[in-house]
Design a protein around this ligand. Structure first.
Ligand SMILES: [Zn+2]
Length: 520
């Protein structure tokens, strides 16, 4: 009889395996799940060498999968100065000064997370506040919204911004009303003037940042990520982390189409930690910037409909190319017109390539009955980030900008599931918080159009078995099942039992990847 290395007993196991939805105990041998059942069922596997953990009723989930994380960006943010707790401009100054003392002259200093509403006088920090503590390093401090930043003189100089500089369309270079001098505050697209001159991080910095990011991700209970690559520099980093055995969590690489050849060149060796996933084509922009392509104009701006970035033959050719390279086509399509275009390309590419792959559409935000049926017919996986959904309604004010009828069909998750469309969940970290329980909470307790709320079970599916299916890995992970990889997340409470709006406060007690306990 096989002897388990580890046995978890007295647990509330939500297996996500329809043939055995709940269990009491799990036995683990090496990196696999050896047995799932009652305490009694796994008893024969417990011997002297078995470590037994009594979970005292805690909830065990399959390791959580986040299908949309910008790991490298998140890592870099972690190295930035955290200004979330600053309660005054003076607080910002002292944190900045401390950081500057440890930073070689000339090197950029980054910060994020300040908000003037937390300051007594509600005053925004300005150029001279920064200059007085950081004269020798360029410094940029991003507002909590990320749409506003304050910079010092060194940074303005490097970006070539002067009083005469004309702000790019949709942006503001703020000047003092009386003196006409620059205040150091840049808004919206003007923040790009700084972003564009920030040097790429060195390989060393990126390695440090990404491995820190992976650790932080694991702490939130996430055992696998779909790593949305944004820059070419990230691929060699992923490769190094993998080959050096420094990936604590499993990574499914999703790279932009432009990096297809390079992504295909990644060595996955044992493909259990590193998996070659998809290539992304953007068919439109974003609702927030009104660049998502709509059939009918934005309700509050009748001349705007957004526009397609890629469509027709071009889009179809890209999809076919990705299929032929052996990757999953992932099409970013947010507006209804873009989703229509994406579906047409998918329908045609399927015929042309003659193979059936699991297509994925990122967002598929604005839908209608016909589009939902086509998504279902083509078995397209819809990937969403529930925190983004909440922001579209609250921050972006979707009801006003799309009109009530279209807003009703914005991210209709319940309808999608009812029509048999697989929906998977992610965070879009660092743009939105990492906590996967917060994503689940949003999906089950959304405020607007509450008829689209999901059950806890459905929300769990988005982050476990269906997420595993979306990367073609449902045979090895996504549920607590004999023979699958021992990736588990242990929660202090059952998300189905706590108040729906309290799910995000449940603590993650233990995280296991590949049979190894990373936390707990
Ligand atoms: Zn993203």
């Amino acid at each position: 009889m096989l002897s388990a290395d580890l046995a978890l007993i007295n647990a509330n196991v939500k297996t996500m395996n329809p043939n055995q939805p709940t269990a009491q105990a799990v036995a683990i041998k090496k990196n696999k799940i050896a047995k799932v059942g009652t305490n009694q069922d796994i008893q024969p596997l417990i011997s002297e060498g078995t470590r037994v953990i009594n979970l005292e009723g805690k909830t065990v989930l399959p390791g959580i999968i986040d299908t949309h994380v910008h790991v490298a960006d998140f890592g870099q943010c972690l190295l930035w100065l955290d200004l979330c707790c600053a309660e005054s401009v003076e607080d910002i100054q002292s944190l900045l000064k401390e950081r500057a003392e440890k930073t070689p002259a000339g090197k950029w200093i980054f910060g994020r997370g300040w908000h003037q509403n937390r300051f007594k006088d509600k005053r925004l920090p300005n150029l001279s506040d920064l200059d007085s503590v950081v004269p020798d390093n360029p410094a940029v401090l991003y507002h909590e919204s990320a749409m506003v930043c304050v910079v010092n003189s060194k940074a303005l100089g490097l970006a070539g911004i002067s009083k005469q500089t004309v702000a790019p369309q949709g942006g503001t270079i703020e000047k003092d009303l009386k003196s006409g001098e620059l205040t150091g505050i840049l808004r919206d697209s003007a923040t790009n003037l700084i972003w564009n001159v920030i040097p790429e991080p060195t390989e060393e910095e990126l390695l440090e940042a990404t491995s820190l990011a992976c650790q932080k991700i694991a702490e939130t209970g996430v055992t696998s990520v779909h790593w949305l690559v944004l820059s070419e520099n990230e691929l060699p980093i992923i490769q190094k982390l993998h080959l050096q055995g420094r990936l604590p969590i499993r990574v499914n690489v999703v790279a932009p189409e432009a990096l297809l050849e390079k992504a295909v060149g990644l060595q996955t060796t044992d493909s259990l930690m590193l998996h070659l996933g998809g290539a992304v084509i953007a068919s439109d922009g974003y609702l927030a910037s009104k660049t998502a392509a709509l059939f009918e104009p934005y309700s509050d701006e009748p001349q705007k409909t957004g526009s397609l970035l890629c469509a027709g033959e071009g889009l179809k050719a890209s999809v076919v190319k990705i299929i032929k390279a052996g990757l999953q086509p992932v099409i970013h399509a947010m507006g209804d017109k873009a989703v229509d275009t994406a579906l047409t390309a998918i329908e045609q590419a399927k015929k042309e390539a003659g193979v059936d792959v699991r297509f994925r559409i990122e967002q598929a935000a604005v839908l209608n009955k016909d589009l939902i049926q086509r998504l279902s017919a083509q078995r397209v996986i819809v990937s969403v980030q529930p925190r983004v959904i909440a922001s579209e309604f609250s921050v972006w004010n979707a009801k006003e900008r799309l009109g009530i009828e279209r807003a009703r069909r914005l991210f209709p998750l319940k309808t999608l599931l009812q029509e048999d469309v697989k929906v998977v969940g992610g965070s879009d970290c660092p743009m939105e918080p990492l906590n996967p329980l917060l994503g689940m909470q949003e999906a089950v307790s959304r405020e607007d159009f509450s008829e689209q709320r999901l059950s806890v079970e459905e929300a769990l599916g988005m982050y476990t078995i269906d997420a595993a299916f979306s990367s073609g890995e449902e045979q090895v992970k996504g549920s607590v099942e004999e023979g699958k990889l021992a990736d588990l997340t242990v929660l202090s409470a059952d998300p189905a039992v706590v108040e729906p709006n309290k799910i995000s406060t449940i603590s993650v007690d233990t995280v296991m990847v590949n049979g190894k306990i990373l936390k707990g």
